[in-house]
Ligand binder design. Structure first.
Ligand code: ATP
Length: 137
């Protein structure tokens, strides 16, 4: 079994899509082991997206991710990392995410793409330590 860190980004909370997205996670069969409404500080946002610090969209991404409440969650299950990324769809909600996925069904814009999911076991461990230090280790 595996754990992954998922965010329902501020656009998902703003658009009242939290229930829909959590329902998709539950229907997939993934188990929620932590779930909390949080507002990211600048420090948490920079830590979470550290790998993108040099990208042109980084300032805009930081502003967006700290703009309001988001839902942070830890999911568990067999191949949880890949399973969540499958139901999320590709980063670009139009060019990459296919219908049936969270982004393919519900998003239009690459920045405002509703969700984040860890992309590797190492990322998951690092991100869980940022958002849920009490679960780390
Ligand atoms: P996440 O890491 O959030 O799951 P991802 O792995 O699909 O998304 P990354 O390439 O890691 O995508 O980019 C992180 C986030 O930065 C994206 O989810 C999106 O919100 C934003 N982003 C990525 N590319 C762009 C872009 N070209 N313009 C604006 N925002 C972008």
């Amino acid at each position: 079994t595996e754990r992954t860190l998922v965010l329902i980004k501020p656009d998902g909370v703003e658009r009242s899509l939290v229930g829909d997205i959590i329902s998709r996670i539950e229907r997939k069969g993934l188990t929620l082991v932590a779930l909390e409404l949080k507002t990211a500080s600048d420090e948490v946002a920079r830590g979470h997206y550290a790998e993108h610090a040099d990208k042109p969209f980084f300032p805009s991404l930081l502003e967006f991710i700290t703009s309001g409440p988001l839902v942070a969650a830890v999911l568990e299950g067999p191949r949880a990392i890949a399973a969540f990324r499958q139901i999320a769809g590709g980063t670009d909600p139009v060019e990459k995410a296919v219908p049936g996925t969270i982004r393919g069904d519900l998003a239009l814009n690459t920045q405002y793409n509703l969700v984040h999911g860890s992309d590797s076991p190492e990322s998951a461990e690092r991100e869980i330590a940022i958002w849920f230090p009490e679960l780390a280790g």
